[in-house]
Design a binder for this molecule. Structure first.
Ligand SMILES: [Fe+2]
Length: 190
């Protein structure tokens, strides 16, 4: 089931598919570094795999646009967390899937309450969503998109630091900055 949903995403938008795979492994590592239980790590891994699955429902003209989105297009794009929840809703009777829905729904909420879809702030944002947004943003910043070049890791670390406490959970940013360079070594060695 997981694989068919991912195959649909991959056919629709290969960049988003690759992004979801990378975010999922980094979010799990961050959850582990933060001392979360193995169940929470797995929950976060799967919520991250599906965090952008709702993009399947976004029109091509917006999803695959090669330049910056207009405000109206951005509003449509911002529907993707809720669209993702409706895609997984039929599986909600399985407790594990019910447990990954909050991470998907809230992965664009900001600590200062200026995120979406609900504008939740601080600790009222589910912990898994606070973990996912860090891995999500770091991957988005460090990969090349048609409309902007990628940042090197040092610059991306600086951005996370700068927005800690506003966009991101400050404590989780500290943990990410400490742990991320060691994951790098892991992937290089693999
Ligand atoms: Fe997203």
């Amino acid at each position: 089931m997981v694989e068919s949903l991912l195959a649909a995403l991959r056919a629709r938008d290969p960049y988003t598919y690759g992004h979801c795979c990378r975010v999922s492994s980094q979010a799990r590592l961050l959850a582990e570094a933060a001392g979360l239980s193995v169940y929470d790590q797995t929950r976060i891994e799967y919520a991250s795999i599906f965090h952008d699955i709702g993009k399947i429902g976004i029109p091509d003209a917006i999803l695959l646009k090669r330049s910056r989105l207009t405000t109206a297009e951005e509003r449509v794009m911002q529907e993707h967390p809720e669209r993702g929840v409706s895609i997984l809703k039929p599986l909600e009777s399985i407790p594990f899937f019910a447990d990954i829905i909050p991470g998907i729904l809230h992965h664009h909420e900001r600590i200062d309450g200026r995120g979406y879809p609900y504008g939740l702030a601080g600790d009222s944002i589910p912990l898994e969503a606070r973990v996912i947004i860090i891995a999500d943003t770091f991957d988005a910043m460090t990969t090349t998109r048609p409309y902007r070049n990628k940042l090197d890791h040092e610059k991306a670390y600086q951005e996370l630091k700068q927005f800690a406490g506003r966009q991101f959970d400050a404590q989780l940013v500290r943990i990410f900055l400490r742990a991320h360079p060691t994951w790098e070594l892991l992937t290089e060695a693999a």
